[in-house]
Ligand binder design. Structure first.
Ligand code: HEC
Length: 202
């Protein structure tokens, strides 16, 4: 038996109201979901910052004075999960602490990011802050530009090397967001200033 014709005015009205309420609930729900997903992005950022501080290599003491803490944490997360240490610390691990040899890992904190690894004619550079506190002696603008274009700001025709960095994977790193590159710079500003590696090698 088809009951539709016997619907009273009241039940039709309540059905319409019900649909209306559902529509409102959907709109409000979407409204709530948008900030919620924005918040999820914030949480991811927070977890990367926390992770960044947790994975600063043992023996590396950060100087956070005057630094943006969130950027330092994010910068550590990027630097210490992106292989900068593999090319910019020589040797990358302390003797007896090389994870590739199945040993317990301990980054070579005494030479952390001081460069000296050789790639044919090219040697990785010291990324630690210079006497004025600038990582690799670069201003933030120079650093951003170098990461995006590979053009070496220290280059002169007399330097005898190409103007564009040849080993450093800048075409990949240069695709990061401004905030991520700024975070790398902030972290490199906070690590200990160390002299160039006295024992460059392969
Ligand atoms: C595959 C090895 C490799 C990796 C990985 C690498 N670099 Fe480099 N980087 C080099 C080498 C070698 C140079 C010297 C220039 C050249 O020949 O490319 C250099 C140069 C640089 C310079 C220029 C310094 C100056 O004084 O002008 C900066 C800054 C730099 N690297 C930052 C980084 C950061 C930050 C990371 C990690 C996100 C990183 N590099 C990862 C090999 C590497």
């Amino acid at each position: 038996m088809n009951q539709t014709p016997s619907l009273t005015f009241a039940s039709r009205t309540s059905r319409t109201l019900g649909r209306f309420a559902l529509a409102i609930a959907l709109v409000v729900g979407v409204g709530i979901c948008v900030p919620a997903s924005g918040q999820a992005g914030g949480e991811q950022n927070e977890s990367q910052i926390a992770r960044g501080f947790a994975i600063v290599p043992q023996g590396v003491t950060l100087n956070l004075e005057g630094r943006n803490r969130a950027l330092v944490g994010l910068g550590s997360y990027i630097v210490n999960t992106t292989g900068c240490n593999d090319c910019h610390t020589h040797p990358s691990y302390l003797p007896g602490n090389d994870p590739f040899a199945g040993q317990p890992e301990q980054v070579n904190s005494a030479q952390y990011l001081t460069g000296g690894r050789q790639f044919g004619p090219f040697t990785s550079r010291n990324l630690t802050p210079d006497s004025t506190g600038r990582p690799a002696g670069l201003s933030l603008t120079e650093f951003m530009n170098l990461m995006r274009t590979g053009v070496d700001p220290d280059w002169t025709p007399a330097s005898g090397r190409p103007q564009i960095l040849q080993v450093m994977p800048w075409p990949v790193f240069g695709k990061k967001t401004d905030r991520e590159l700024m975070a790398i710079y902030e972290y490199l500003s906070a690590i200990p200033s160390l002299p160039n590696n006295p024992n460059p090698g392969p």
